[in-house]
Write a protein that binds this ligand. Structure first.
Ligand code: ADP
Length: 534
C-alpha cells in the first residue's frame, strides 16, 4: 500500500524560498575582494539569486547547462549556488588552487558555457582562456567601477547583468533527481573526476549538516565556513543556511589568522568548519597575539586527520569543542562526525581526546562497512581493519561522463580509506589504501605516527611515508616541519615514539623541511613526498 502523502520535490530553490520567507532578515556578511565588508539579508539573497537566474536566461543558459565559478566564499558565489541550480542549470565550482592545465581539462570536460570569476582570478583566467573550448563568456563578479582592464574576449560585468533584471524570476518545478551542481575531485592519480550532485541529494545533505550532532545550525548561530565553496560545496553548508536561518559569515580572500579572527570577533561567530592546516595557523596566531574568538563554540575539522594536539589546544586553551568530521567529495561530503556521547563528555580530558581523534560515528543517511581483501565484511570490534565502504542517498554512484559505475555489485562505494569501527560505531581511519605502509608483513598506520609526531612540542606539521626497503618491503620515514625557532633533533623525535607504538613501527629516519607540499584542498601531498624521498 502506498502512503498518501504529497510528492513535493526536494529542490534547492525551496531552500532559498523558505529562508527568505521565514528568516528574511537573517544576515549574510562577506569580506569582499574589492575590500569592504558587505552585508545583506536572506531576502536580498533570494532577490539577487532571481535576478541572476533572469540574467542567465537572457544569456541563453538552459536547463542542464554547466556554469562554472572561480571564486572565494562570498555573497555573489552564494547567489550563483541558488540562482544557477534554481533555474535548473548546473553550478560547477572550480578549485583555483589546481594547476592551470587541470583547470583547462576540467572546464573542457564539463563543457561549461559561462565562467564566473572573482577579481582575484582574472589573471588565471587570462592565462587559460584561449584553451577553453566551450566557454562563451566570462563574467567578473564585481561592479562596473571595479571591472579589470583586460583583453579577455566576451568579458561581462556581474552587477551590470543583474541590474538589467527584475527579481520576479519564477523558479521552475522539476524532478528532484535533476543534477544541481558539479565538483571535480582532485584526482591524485589520473584525471580529476566530476562528482554530480542532485537537488535531492543536496537538500537531504543540508538536513544532515544542520543536525545538533553535526553543526547544530539555527537562528541563534553565526557560522563561518573556512572550507572553500569550491571544496565539496563548502561541505554543503551554504544550502543549510536558509533551511535553518543561520547567520552566514564569509571570509572571502582573508584566510590568514588576523583577518579570520577579526571577522569572527566582529560577527559573533559561534561555529566554523575547515581542514586542519588552516586551524594550526589560527592557533599560532591566537597564541602569539594573546587573542581568540570568545563566541566560538564548535569547530568541525576534517578533510584529513585531526591531530590530538589540536583537539587538546582548542579545548584546554580556548574552551572550543572540536568535532572531527570525515567525508569525501563523492559523499557531498559528510559521512561521519565525532560528537562525544553524554557520558564521554564527563570523562577526564585525556580519555576524551583519545576518542576525539577518531573520525567519528556515521551520520544518519550514510551506512558503513569494512571489508577484507576478499570483500568479506569485518566485525565492528575496533580491532579488525579493512577498506571502508559506504552507501546512502548523498553518495555518488558514478562519475560525470564516465561509463563505469563507481560502486561495487552490491551498490557500495569503496572509499579507498582503511578503517576500524568499534562497538559504539566510532570509525577510525588508519590510512588511505595508497598511504598504508607495509613492513615485514605488518601494516603501519601513517596517520597514527603523524598524530604522535604532531603532539611533540617542537613539531608544526608531520607526514609519514613508506620508503621501499629490500628487507622489509617498506619502512616509515618521518618528515617534519618544525615550529618556528624550534630545532628538534632526530634522536629526540624518534625517542618520542618509544613506548607509545610498537618498536618495529617507529620510523627509521627523520627529514626536516621548511614546508610540506600542500595540495589544492589543503592536504599534505604524500604522492609528492614519495617521489622526492623514494
Ligand atoms: P581529495 O583529497 O582527493 O581532494 P576529498 O577532499 O574528497 O578528496 O578527500 C576525501 C579523503 O580525505 C577521504 O577519503 C579521506 O582519506 C580523507 N579524509 C577526510 N576527512 C578525514 C579525517 N577526518 N581524517 C582522516 N582522513 C580524512
Amino acid at each position: 500500500m502506498q502512503g498518501l502523502m504529497m510528492d513535493r520535490q526536494l529542490l534547492i530553490s525551496s531552500l532559498i524560498e523558505h529562508g527568505a520567507t521565514v528568516y528574511h532578515d537573517r544576515e549574510i556578511v562577506s569580506r569582499t575582494t574589492e575590500g569592504p565588508i558587505h552585508r545583506y539579508t536572506l531576502a536580498d539573497l533570494r532577490g539577487r539569486s532571481k535576478q541572476l537566474a533572469g540574467a542567465l536566461t537572457t544569456l541563453g543558459v538552459k536547463a542542464a547547462d554547466r556554469v562554472a565559478t572561480l571564486a572565494w566564499n562570498g555573497y555573489r558565489h552564494v547567489e550563483l549556488y541558488f540562482g544557477v541550480s534554481g533555474m535548473e542549470a548546473i553550478c560547477h565550482t572550480l578549485n583555483p588552487r589546481l594547476h592551470p592545465s587541470q583547470l583547462i581539462y576540467i572546464l573542457n570536460h564539463a563543457e561549461d558555457r559561462f565562467l564566473f570569476t572573482d577579481l582575484t582570478f582574472v589573471p588565471l583566467v587570462e592565462a587559460i582562456a584561449d584553451q577553453l573550448k566551450t566557454v562563451e563568456g566570462i563574467v567578473v563578479m564585481t561592479d562596473a567601477e571595479h571591472m579589470p582592464d583586460s583583453k579577455l574576449p566576451n568579458l561581462l560585468c556581474y552587477e551590470d547583468l543583474l541590474s538589467a533584471e527584475d527579481d520576479d524570476f519564477e523558479w521552475p518545478d522539476f524532478d528532484e533527481n535533476t543534477a544541481s551542481s558539479l565538483c571535480y575531485t582532485s584526482g591524485t592519480t589520473g584525471h580529476p573526476k566530476g562528482v554530480l550532485y542532485s537537488h535531492r541529494s543536496s537538500v537531504l545533505h543540508a538536513f544532515c549538516v544542520s543536525l545538533p550532532s553535526v553543526l547544530a545550525l539555527s537562528e541563534s548561530e553565526s557560522f563561518l565556513p573556512v572550507v572553500p565553496m569550491f571544496h565539496a560545496n563548502a561541505w554543503g553548508t551554504p544550502y543549510a543556511i536558509p533551511m535553518t536561518g543561520t547567520k552566514l559569515v564569509l571570509p572571502g580572500p582573508g584566510l590568514d589568522g588576523a583577518s579570520l579572527t577579526e571577522l569572527m570577533r566582529e560577527e559573533g561567530v559561534t561555529s566554523t568548519a575547515g581542514v586542519p592546516t588552516v586551524w594550526s595557523g589560527l592557533l599560532d596566531y591566537w597564541r602569539e597575539h594573546d587573542t581568540s574568538v570568545p563566541t566560538l563554540k564548535i569547530m568541525i575539522i576534517g578533510g584529513s586527520a585531526v591531530p590530538r594536539s589540536m583537539v587538546e589546544a582548542f579545548d584546554k586553551e580556548f574552551g572550543i569543542e572540536v568535532r572531527q568530521g570525515w567525508g569525501m567529495t563523492e559523499m557531498s561530503p559528510i559521512g561521519a562526525v565525532n560528537m562525544l556521547k553524554p557520558e564521554q563528555r564527563a570523562a577526564p580530558a585525556e580519555e576524551r581526546y583519545d576518542i576525539q581523534i577518531r573520525q567519528g560515528r556515521a551520520v544518519y543517511g550514510v551506512e558503513m562497512k569494512i571489508v577484507d581483501a576478499e570483500g568479506n565484511t569485518l566485525p565492528h570490534d575496533g580491532e579488525a581493519f579493512g577498506e571502508l565502504k559506504v552507501r546512502g542517498p548523498w553518495v555518488s554512484r558514478s562519475y560525470y561522463r564516465e561509463e563505469n559505475e563507481a560502486v561495487d555489485d552490491e551498490g557500495w562505494f569503496p572509499t579507498g580509506d582503511v578503517a576500524t569501527i568499534d562497538g559504539d560505531g566510532y570509525m577510525q581511519i588508519t590510512d588511505r589504501m595508497k598511504d598504508l605502509i607495509k613492513s615485514g608483513g605488518e601494516w603501519i598506520s601513517s596517520i597514527e605516527l603523524e598524530n604522535l609526531a604532531m603532539s611533540h612540542p617542537d613539531v608544526m606539521q608531520a607526514a609519514v611515508i613508506g620508503i621501499p626497503d629490500d628487507k622489509w618491503t617498506e619502512r616509515p620515514l618521518l618528515i617534519v616541519k618544525p615550529k618556528p625557532g624550534a630545532t628538534p633533533t632526530k634522536e629526540d623525535l624518534l625517542g618520542f615514539f618509544k613506548g607509545k607504538v610498537a618498536d618495529w613501527s617507529i620510523p627509521d629516519d627523520v627529514v626536516m623541511v621548511d614546508e610540506l607540499p600542500i595540495g589544492g584542498t589543503g592536504k599534505v601531498q604524500k604522492s609528492e613526498l614519495r617521489k622526492t624521498y623514494a
